[in-house]
Design a protein around this ligand. Structure first.
Ligand code: C2O
Ligand code: CU
Ligand code: CU
Length: 568
């Protein structure tokens, strides 16, 4: 009983009076050398109430970084928290050692300085911590920022791009405050809508073409964007930058991790007020934020009483004021050429099945969930792929909840949903795709430029609680061209005979790989055999395999060695 009592008083439900607070626009940093200090802060979201927060170079959230394509940049991330964190450049194509996943830990009091070339197209990306099991906590306490990449293609278009004037970043997040006005994690009572950390935000916008760069930085809520006057707006970009053609639309779904850029045509509307809304009543069941996400008895505590779930609500009030000098008044219909990868050019396809870890006969909507039966482990590699491989990944969701699937390193093109082509809204380069219950989504991508024998990239559900609960896997990209060199240099294990036809022996002289995994894969990266190493010499029966080139990999927690073998 007492427990119930605490539960009820710990939920703070705001009054829905919108447009009280000017939207906070994050400061900007530009150049090629960025200093980012992760720190604690205090913010008064509610008058007179101190809420402890985290921020980068400030109390809450993080500066917007302006980056130019082809610049080589250094990002000095100093961790002034009292525990470990990481910093991930979401959507950026960077070497795995600089990706900022759970393996690139920044200890308290230290600075991590990745350096890389900006290779992505102009667009809206973001950065946030990615610690093993701590992403939800760090993001919801305030660690999230926008990165805006510029490039000549985008610069040549007649588009609004004056930051804070006709081009605005919008970080959409919902949060839960407890009775002490602390930001609470691990709850679905996220009743407080914030844009850029502002509750009940209002923004003055000029009566002309205005660009909104929308990031869904929420823990698990999906938004169904629309305008309160139901007018058409114009989508120009997805996660990885411009789409080929301007997409006129009046609803746009954005799931956690995703970004969209939209243009509002506000010409002639001076003096009016319109709202950017989430028409959450229109969200299909199963999506976090819709009226109904449940399986049997596994309804979430607090889910149905959350007034944002399944109800339409305001995100941002737009007060339309006088136009600026030389406003953008029309936008191009054709934006860029993307040359999507085509089905038929792939080296291989892989399947990823999402499944719940059942509690008795119940599926818990908060997780844990597995991908291909596996849960994330820091020490293991789930997928081995090769440099310059084009692959189709098929994602199948047999759970009761929609999962926004995200992959690091690459951008992809969605081929289909349940065999049907996707709408223009998802036509461009993507790094997150929402996979709804009983859907199968296929995308095509190519692993280029970066490879590393031991340091993995991640793929995962971007519902942060699911990610933290292990709905994540790792992949490494190997360069098959350098494997022979490695074979000569690495004396830590030997394979004989090689070439072989009936069986092969793997000998580990010093026994250091005992209890590691031995993985035999083909040239396409498909794992054919996995064997736990229990003794200094292991034998594999390969008599059933076709002639050709294969790879033998030893995976341990600290190492991953691959050698080429020939079967004849
Ligand atoms: Cu936005 Cu792996 O993360
Ligand atoms: Cu990412
Ligand atoms: Cu999920």
């Amino acid at each position: 009983m007492l427990k119930n009592f605490i539960w009820i008083i710990s939920v703070w439900t705001p009054l829905f009076i919108y447009g009280q607070n000017p939207l906070w626009i994050p400061d900007t940093l530009s150049g090629t050398n960025f200093n980012l200090t992760v720190q604690t802060g205090i913010v008064q979201f509610y008058a007179g109430q101190n809420t402890p927060t985290y921020g980068v170079n400030g109390n809450f959230l993080a500066p917007t970084l302006f980056l130019n394509k082809d610049d080589t940049v250094t990002l000095n991330v100093t961790n002034n928290l009292i525990f470990e964190t990481t910093m991930h450049w979401h959507g950026l194509h960077v070497p795995p050692e600089f990706d900022g996943g759970p393996h690139q830990i920044i200890s308290p009091g230290t600075t991590w300085s990745p350096t890389f070339r900006i290779m992505n197209n102009a667009g809206t990306y973001w950065y946030h911590p990615h610690g093993n099991g701590t992403t939800e906590l760090h993001v919801t306490k305030g660690l999230a920022g926008i990165m805006i990449i510029r490039d000549p293609t985008e610069a040549a278009l007649n588009l609004p791009r004056k930051y804070g004037v006709d081009d605005f970043p919008l970080i959409l997040q919902t949060r839960c405050f407890d009775v002490l006005y602390q930001i609470a994690g691990f709850t679905h009572d996220d009743t407080v809508m914030m844009v850029n950390g502002t509750i009940d935000p209002t923004l003055q916008v000029p009566a002309q073409m205005v660009r909104l760069r929308v990031l869904n930085g929420s823990v698990d809520r999906t938004y169904q964007l629309g305008l309160s006057n139901d007018s058409t707006f114009y989508q120009i970009a997805t996660d990885g930058g411009l789409i080929e053609q301007t997409n006129p639309i009046n609803r746009l779904m954005v799931s956690p991790g995703e970004r969209v850029e939209i243009i509002l045509d506000l010409a002639g509307l001076q003096g009016q007020t319109i709202n950017l809304m989430s028409y959450a009543s229109e969200l299909p069941a199963g999506i976090m934020g819709s009226a109904n996400v449940s399986q049997g008895a596994a309804t979430l505590p607090g889910y149905n009483s959350n007034p944002l779930n399944g109800n339409d609500f305001n995100i941002l009030e737009l007060e339309i004021v006088a136009p600026t000098p030389s406003p953008v008044t029309s936008i191009p219909a054709v934006l860029t050429t993307l040359n999507p990868l085509l089905e038929g050019t792939e080296n291989m396809s892989r399947s990823f099945a999402f499944a719940p870890v059942m509690l008795g006969d119940m599926e818990m909507i908060e997780g844990p969930f597995t991908i291909n039966g596996e849960s994330f482990e820091m020490d293991s590699i789930n997928v081995i792929t090769y440099l310059n491989h084009t692959e189709i990944w098929e994602l199948t969701n047999t759970t009761a909840v929609a999962h926004p699937f995200h992959i690091h390193d690459v951008q992809f093109f969605i081929l289909d949903r349940n065999g049907l082509p996707v709408s223009a809204a998802e036509s461009g380069q993507k790094d997150v795709v929402l996979v709804k219950p009983s859907e199968s989504v296929r995308f095509i991508t190519r692993f280029e430029d970066f490879h590393h024998a031991t340091i993995p990239y991640m793929y995962h559900c971007h519902l942060l609680h699911h990610e933290d609960e292990g709905m994540m896997g790792s992949f490494i990209v190997l360069d098959s061209a350098t494997l022979e060199v490695q074979q000569i240099m690495d004396e830590s294990f030997t394979i004989f005979p090689n070439p072989a036809s009936e069986s092969i022996n793997i000998h580990i002289p010093d026994g250091k790989y005992i209890l590691s995994d031995l993985v035999l894969s083909n040239i396409q990266g498909q794992q054919l055999m996995v064997k736990r190493i229990n003794s200094q010499t292991e034998t594999l029966d390969i008599s059933g395999l076709k002639e050709g080139i294969y790879f033998m990999t030893i995976r341990s927690s600290v190492n991953c060695q691959t050698k080429k073998i020939i079967i004849n």
